[in-house]
Write a protein that binds this ligand. Structure first.
Ligand SMILES: [Zn+2]
Length: 337
């Protein structure tokens, strides 16, 4: 991967390249954006370019520094990950301790902090001291999903780059240029990617990406039956972490889009979620008016958007499911969420 392989982040890439060309690389960066938007890939390319020995085109991908960075064996490119649920103060002290030592063989030591929003308050305090008195040959890149969870004093000492969601057209072009050939599958992946390229690739690479856990069908059935207790029981096992919740939300989004399409064309062949029992699909089509479908789809999209801001996934999913149940059984007023 090189800068030219990154899709949809042109402005950001341009300013990183300018910084390298003009020797204006900052001491600390925040790369902010949803998982799968390319933050880590760009951080690695940037680190490679900073230490590349070529004069003209950086990264050249041919010099010893570039090769070592690509093979993850460059001792001056350091990756820090959360240990357990957070980045602990000992990990930060370790990084700080190293900053006073010269890089082994490169001009700069680049430390890439993954899940930077998981720095504990104590870790952030310790890290802040390093940012306040920067050692010239150390560069930090914090990768975050929501940088607002960091101390304002840290944010103010970093250059912040926001990774954008990208449009369907750019994604289509990128995916078809990267070995994905089935147009239907590409459209499905784009529709379920929420503008995040990594997610679209993940969907396309997963072999049976149209197969859902059988509990999804069960959940749709329980909603039709109107049982709150059963919904909570099932969501307990279906949403054990953020990724589970995100997967379920993406499924519900495509399912309700399916129902909307079905209202229009009345032919089950056109729907994406072919693995769901046709009787369930039919039931939803009868129970939901078009206006309610748009309403539910909007609700799901809102929750998917808010996922970037550490919301409680289980609670969000539960309140959504209850809302769907109420609309399905015609008990809901649409004034509250
Ligand atoms: Zn190079």
């Amino acid at each position: 991967m090189d800068f030219k392989d990154i899709v949809g982040q042109e402005v950001l890439i341009q300013s990183l390249q300018n910084a390298i060309r003009e020797n204006m690389v900052a001491n600390a960066y925040i790369f902010n954006g949803p998982t799968g938007s390319g933050k880590k890939t760009v951080a690695e390319i940037f680190a490679r370019a900073i230490n590349c020995r070529d004069i003209k085109y950086r990264p050249c991908n041919l010099c010893s520094s570039c090769k070592k960075t690509i093979s993850k064996s460059n001792p001056d490119i350091i990756y820090i990950k959360p240990s357990g649920n957070s980045i602990k103060i000992d990990q930060v002290r370790h990084i700080i301790g190293d900053t006073s030592i010269k890089p082994y063989e490169s001009s700069f030591r680049v430390t890439i902090i993954e899940n930077g929003d998981k720095l504990t308050p104590e870790s952030q305090d310790a890290f802040l001291k390093t940012l306040e008195e920067p050692e010239k040959n150390n560069i930090f890149i914090l990768l975050t999903e929501n940088y607002n969870s960091l101390l304002p004093t840290i944010i103010s000492r970093c250059q912040v780059f926001n990774f954008l969601r990208i449009n369907g057209e750019k994604m289509r072009l990128f995916l078809s240029n990267h070995g994905f050939v089935n147009a239907d599958e590409i459209e499905f992946a784009i529709a379920n990617s929420d503008g995040i390229i990594g997610r679209a690739i993940e969907i396309l690479k997963s072999k049976d990406f149209r197969q859902h856990p059988k509990e999804y069908g069960e959940l749709l059935e329980i909603i039709q039956e109107g049982s709150r207790e059963e919904i909570f029981r099932l969501s307990e096992s279906l949403v054990q972490n953020k990724e589970d919740g995100a997967k379920l939300l993406r499924f519900l989004l495509s399912f309700f889009r399916d129902i909307l399409i079905l209202k229009d064309v009345e032919d089950i062949e056109y729907i994406i979620n072919q693995d769901i029992n046709p009787n369930i699909i039919k039931g939803y089509s009868e129970n939901f008016g078009e206006e309610n479908l748009f309403y539910i789809i909007d609700l799901i999209k809102q929750i998917i958007r808010s996922m970037d801001f550490n919301v409680n996934m289980k609670n969000s999913v539960d309140s959504l499911l209850l809302r769907i149940l109420e609309v399905c059984n015609d008990k809901g007023s649409r004034s509250t969420v």
